[in-house]
Write a protein that binds this ligand. Structure first.
Ligand SMILES: [Zn+2]
Length: 478
């Protein structure tokens, strides 16, 4: 993810000298994509990159070009020989090997990175990441570096590193449903959870006497301090901070940021900053930033793999258990007091076991209403508890006919409601408007709710909260 400006020159097509000409290739409007074959199924097929990269450049044009002064890139189509190369390596060893072949001066600095943009060779190097989401995220991040350099030119090289990295990550947060990319948009859940990391970091930084004023100098100091920390996690904190700051400034101060980029043509960073933010009342502060971060948390938290926000729906697939739970900060925000969780579920494989999680205390302790779906249309449900690393069945299963083959039933509606009864509050569980079971609603029932896929694959369209579908890339507080 680091950005290097190297002083030596490599011929444009030198890539073909190291045996990559046999790898599958795709020429898109702006890039030549070359992918190292893998034995596993690709998270994104080579053909998908045409749509992803094309849509990304258009979306960057819409958001960044006005900010940078109006120029756009989407309509340009350089000849093949001038196109940057996007190299998708199958794994880290292969990625580091390619970097060495291209003479990256300090390979050690690349060891922790998922991608590298090499401006002189005009190559973006990346390698396949543990999640499909993050594999795309890394590519979008590196392409954003390329984009910013094309549009800002020498102004980009003046900017502090945190700003370059932050703008690139701002562009890279996205959803992708297989056809439409929404870049520059915070998804509802990611494994990495940068927003939560940043929130925790700011709480720590506050204790370290962060100056009240948010200025490039004070941010750079903070960023560099993280950089020199020995903690291996600090690099993630560093990127989370860079992302949040850039996103906050671009979203909250677009007019000032345009002035800042304009002023960079003539002036240095601090001079440009001062001219853009000369009115004292309008200067961004750390406390404003902290508030913004609190408002920009993922509404869902990842517990176990595999989950992805595809835009309209939350997609879960698993060989064991895939589980996400509500972010506690969003927990009390429901459509009304009684409906605690409402979702429409589409099963994507013939046999899928999925569930609604409740009384979630930790990844080691929670309960679930589990639905078992098979091709013959039979749905069973079980009330199970996970504790002490074991599943325990709390109530016996039943069978329900749900009206034929599940393929004829595009979405099932699952809901948890809270209702009052003579002996106290109850949690009621509904399947396609039929109540299937109810539980006493004890005080711990205010713990987060969740979604699970225990085998197979399913998509959840959650309509209570968080807001759905997502609008732009932020989640307004109701
Ligand atoms: Zn980067």
């Amino acid at each position: 993810m680091q950005l290097l400006f190297l002083l030596f020159f490599l011929p444009q097509n030198a890539i073909f000298a190291v045996g990559l000409e046999v790898w599958p290739q795709l020429e898109t409007r702006h890039f030549l994509v070359i992918a190292e074959p893998t034995s596993q199924a690709e998270p994104v097929s080579l053909a998908d990159w045409d749509a992803i990269l094309g849509q990304l450049i258009e979306q960057l044009d819409a958001v960044y070009a006005p900010l940078f002064g109006g120029q756009t890139l989407a309509s340009s189509q350089p000849p093949l020989g001038q196109k940057p190369i996007l190299l998708l390596c199958a794994g880290k060893a292969s990625y580091l090997q390619r970097l060495m072949e291209y003479g990256i001066a300090n390979p050690a600095s690349a060891i922790g990175s998922g991608g590298y943009y090499h401006p002189d060779a005009n190559i973006i190097f990346t390698w396949r990441q543990p999640t499909d989401y993050y594999s795309r995220h890394v590519v979008l991040h590196e392409v954003a570096h390329w984009y910013c350099l094309q549009l800002l030119g020498s102004r980009y090289t003046k900017m502090p590193l945190w700003f370059c990295e932050g703008l690139a990550d701002h562009a890279a947060f996205h959803t992708w449903d297989g056809q439409t990319l929404h870049a520059i948009q915070l998804p509802r859940v990611t494994l990495e959870n940068h927003p939560a990391r940043l929130d925790a970091l700011l709480k720590r930084l506050t204790k370290n006497d962060v100056v009240e004023e948010l200025a490039p100098g004070s941010v750079s100091e903070c960023f560099e301090r993280l950089r020199t920390e020995q903690d291996a996690d600090a690099v993630y904190d560093e990127y989370a901070l860079a992302w949040g700051l850039a996103a906050f400034l671009v979203e909250k101060f677009p007019h000032e940021m345009t002035q800042f980029f304009e002023s960079l043509k003539q002036n240095d960073v601090s001079g440009s900053w001062q001219s853009a933010f000369e009115e004292e009342a309008n200067q961004p502060t750390w406390s404003q930033f902290a508030d913004w971060v609190a408002e920009h948390q993922h509404p869902w938290q990842w517990v176990w793999n595999h989950w992805e926000d595809t835009g309209p729906q939350l997609f879960g697939i698993s060989d064991s258990t895939a589980l996400i739970v509500q972010n506690p900060a969003y927990q009390s925000r429901c459509i009304d007091e009684t409906v605690l969780l409402h979702c429409e579920v589409t099963t994507l494989l013939d046999r899928t076991v999925l569930g609604l999680v409740f009384r979630y205390e930790s990844s080691e302790c929670f309960e679930m209403l589990q639905f078992r779906k098979a091709g013959n249309g039979v749905t069973e449900w079980r009330h199970v508890r996970f504790a002490h690393n074991q599943w325990e069945m709390l109530s016996s299963w039943r069978q329900m006919r749900n009206g034929g083959d599940i393929t004829n039933n595009p979405a099932d509606v699952l809901e948890i409601q809270r209702t009052a009864s003579p002996d106290g509050q109850r949690l009621q569980f509904f399947y396609n408007s039929h109540i299937v079971t109810e539980q006493a609603d004890d005080p711990v029932a205010d713990l987060p709710f969740g979604l699970a896929v225990q085998s197979g694959a399913a998509q959840f369209r959650v309509v209570t909260h968080p807001p759905n579908p997502v609008s732009h890339w932020s989640f307004p507080m109701p």
